[in-house]
Design a binder for this molecule. Structure first.
Ligand SMILES: O=c1ccn([C@@H]2O[C@H](COP(=O)(O)O)[C@@H](O)[C@H]2O)c(=O)[nH]1
Length: 283
């Protein structure tokens, strides 16, 4: 369905659940690290970036449920890099996957409205099916993005307990009625009413966290789980951390798949192997 006729677009949570059932619960990232470009024999230029991204789309956008371009690696090439990103968003959708733009936007509400217009509005050149956002200016600062996502059938993934070592100093702090991360999960859950199908407001929680003391039982929305693969997270970690809500979990892997390029067939095989390894998390 195109942006033009999106008045009829199904809510993101339902679209994700349907595609997960068909293709399995894997997200693969397009993270054109300079080191990967070099490994693939590509120059660190916008042309190299475009060749890299096109190979990724060709290899796995018709294989997995979600593809997640990492905006930073495109922005690094300025206007030409952003133009490549714009084409990648369209090409991923054309290949049948949902496209999740990892841009981790977060700002005061009035600026957040501009981010919502950039990434979640009909016809916006960089509109994606879903966007990662940061709630660390206060969950309420995300209201314009929450409203835009709801209006246009798009999704949000709110950073809750990230996969990096530095995350806990902020996210595990006591917020009075629980940790900061738990407060974010609970706030996201309030946007996903039970009885309306799987919600469109997800959270980001590291697959590789050594222990997860979060109650996800009232989230009723997707859990993006980075840290799987290159950052050490395994299928066993996914089961341990997300046992009760595996049907909502979307593990995401970038470098561990991308290191198999530049050969498109090898890249596709790596995506398929990873997809098969997590297939029975689908629930
Ligand atoms: O907590 C987080 C949130 C986002 N990310 C992003 O996911 C990918 C992970 O890449 P790998 O190569 O699979 O490690 C990357 O784009 C990060 O910015 C994350 O890792 N952790």
């Amino acid at each position: 369905m195109t942006d033009q006729d999106s008045g009829r677009r199904e809510p993101f949570g339902r679209r994700l659940a349907a595609l997960r059932a068909e293709r399995g619960p894997l997200c693969v990232g397009i993270d054109p690290h300079p080191a990967l470009l070099a490994d693939w024999g590509l120059p660190a230029t916008a042309d190299g970036l475009e060749t890299f991204a096109r190979s990724c789309v060709e290899a796995f956008a018709s294989e997995v449920a979600v593809v997640k371009p990492q905006s930073a690696f495109f922005e690094a090439y300025g206007a030409r890099g952003v133009a490549v990103l714009e084409r990648v968003l369209a090409d991923v959708r054309a290949a049948g996957a949902l496209v999740l733009l990892d841009a981790k936007r977060g700002d005061i509400g009035s600026t957040m409205a501009a981010y919502a217009a950039a990434y979640l509005a009909e016809g916006a050149p960089l509109a994606a099916d879903a966007l990662t956002v940061s709630p660390y200016l206060g969950f309420g600062s995300l209201d314009p993005a929450l409203a835009a996502a709801r209006e246009t059938g798009r999704g949000l993934f709110v950073l809750a307990a990230t996969s990096n070592l530095e995350g806990p100093e902020v996210q595990r702090a006591d917020a009075g009625s629980g940790t900061v991360a738990q407060g974010i999960v609970d706030a996201a859950g309030r946007h996903n009413p039970e009885g309306e199908g799987p919600g469109a407001v997800g959270v980001v929680i590291g697959a590789n966290l050594p222990r997860l003391d979060l109650d996800l039982s009232r989230l009723n929305g997707p859990v993006l789980a980075p840290g799987f693969g290159a950052q050490g997270g395994t299928v066993a970690d996914l089961r341990r951390n997300f046992g009760g809500v595996l049907r909502h979990v979307l593990p995401t892997s970038s470098r561990d798949v991308l290191r198999h390029g530049p050969d498109v067939a090898a890249l596709r095989d790596a995506a398929r192997r990873t997809r098969d390894a997590v297939a029975d998390l689908a629930g």
